[in-house]
Design a protein around this ligand. Structure first.
Ligand code: EPU
Length: 414
């Protein structure tokens, strides 16, 4: 549980960790080679530990040194991923492509839905089948086989982050060229492509597509992960919601363009340099409308924290969630804190209130949890946010970083 005594202005600088969503595919990329893969700037997060448990189970050795991971070994990979680890974290499904490419066969549990609504993997399976895999889904698991994957053209009906990564990973060891049309272009996907390029694959971003030419074997590589734009956006919003002034150090402003645009419209003062961003919150935000959209659109992962901020706006904001069917886990608890939000289909209408009130609330996922902590920081008095384990999945040293900015927060164990 996180205890928050709200009402303090957050001010100061906060260092941003490496991106969780870049770390996870990079860890699975290490399955593609027997040579060492060295990854720097890796955040210490529960989800990263889950990915490491999984690759250890599959035959890899892992050594942590400060923020650096060295992953080696795995001449023989086990082709069955433990179902428990795949169900604990959806991103584990990304081991399917690498296992299939390396071992010729893979069995990975279907990840199922989650608190964000149903999250199918049909694009992943469609793409791998185009690359020549025979796929059957049986007893809740995917069993895929292919003596050698062959590059092919794959059109994605939606620019899915995971499906694009799955195809880049599989394509890196496939024979010939894989072309993904309508790929995701999130910075984390581009970061994975960069790592695969260092491992020996040829990758080219080309207008509406990304091309990857595979190799028979890939080599080791050394790679530094990009900073976490979602973590940065969360701290900038924590400053904004408390009328404070927060500067993030490390994250790239160009990765945050959509958020910074909406924050200026809401009346925040925004400044940035090459590797830092500073936001100063207004006394009361102006309402703003936005819709989530694949990069460079407004990131769905910042939708709940942004909604928390807009609950205090002077007027009505309309927020449309287009990436997930049901990313509204923050709404019920925010209502308990006095927010006025109406959900209709994928639209939230947020009627700003003058003040939020403290409450005991429960986080249902990482970003809903962040939204609730932000709301609690703005609500004068003591709030309790249960479900801290969700925050540990995605925010490194969350309490500590908030305290550096002057927040009164205590982690008390769930
Ligand atoms: N989708 C399908 N079929 C598929 C794949 C996706 O219908 O085969 C749908 C999903 O159900 C969803 C939409 O497409 O509605 C987008 O899913 P996408 O594949 O892009 O997301 P993901 O790869 O599962 C990653 C991040 C998420 C982030 C999304 C969108 C990682 C490990 N996770 O998920 O991050 O919300 O992209 O940007 O990279 C988080 O960090 O809290 C988080 C949930």
């Amino acid at each position: 549980m996180i205890k928050v005594r709200g009402g303090e202005r957050l001010c100061g600088e906060v260092p941003i960790s490496g991106a969780k969503n870049a770390a996870l595919p990079a860890i699975f990329a290490s399955l593609l080679t027997t040579e060492p893969v060295i990854i720097h700037n890796v955040p210490r997060l529960a989800d990263v530990e889950t990915a490491l448990d999984l690759i250890r189970n599959l035959g890899k050795e892992v050594v942590w040194r400060a923020e650096t991971l060295e992953i080696r070994g795995g001449e023989e990979l086990c082709w069955e991923a433990p179902a428990e680890l795949v169900q604990r974290m959806r991103a584990s499904f990304l081991c399917l492509g690498p296992l299939l490419a390396r071992a010729g066969k893979a069995k990975v549990a279907m990840p199922g839905g989650c608190a964000l609504g149903p999250r199918p993997v049909d694009f992943h399976l469609y793409g791998l089948a185009k690359l020549g895999a025979s796929i059957i889904v049986k007893d809740g698991a995917v069993v895929a086989e292919a003596a050698r994957l062959r590059g092919h053209m794959v059109y994605l009906d939606f620019p899915s982050v995971g499906a694009t990564e799955q195809l880049l990973l599989a394509g890196a060891l496939a024979e010939g060229e894989t072309v993904v049309i309508n790929p995701a272009r999130e910075p984390e996907v581009v970061d994975l492509a960069e790592l695969l390029r260092k491992m020996g694959a040829e990758v080219a971003w080309d207008g509406d597509r990304v091309r990857i030419r595979g190799r028979e074997t890939l080599g080791g590589a050394e790679h530094t992960l990009i900073p976490d734009r979602i973590e940065a956006g969360t701290y900038l919003l924590a400053g904004a919601i408390t009328h404070g002034r927060v500067r993030t150090i490390g994250a790239k402003p160009r990765h945050l363009a959509a958020l910074l645009d909406r924050l200026s419209l809401a009346g925040c003062e925004v400044e940035f340099g090459e590797n830092w961003v500073e936001v100063r919150g207004p006394t009361r935000p102006k309402p703003v409308d936005f819709r989530t959209w694949p990069y460079p659109g407004f990131p769905t992962d910042l939708q709940p924290p942004m909604v928390a901020f807009l609950t205090l706006a002077e007027g009505r904001s309309t927020v449309t969630e287009t990436v997930y069917a049901a990313r509204f886990g923050h709404v019920e608890p925010l209502l308990q804190m006095g927010a006025k939000i109406q959900v209709s289909g994928n639209v939230q209408v947020v009627e700003g209130v003058e003040q939020l009130r403290p409450a005991a609330v429960e986080a249902t996922d990482i970003r809903a949890g962040a939204a609730l902590v932000l709301a609690a920081l703005a609500a004068p008095g003591e709030s309790y946010v249960r479900g801290e384990h969700h925050l540990r999945r995605g925010y490194e040293s969350f309490g500590e970083k908030l305290r550096r900015l002057g927040a009164k927060v205590w982690e008390e164990g769930d």
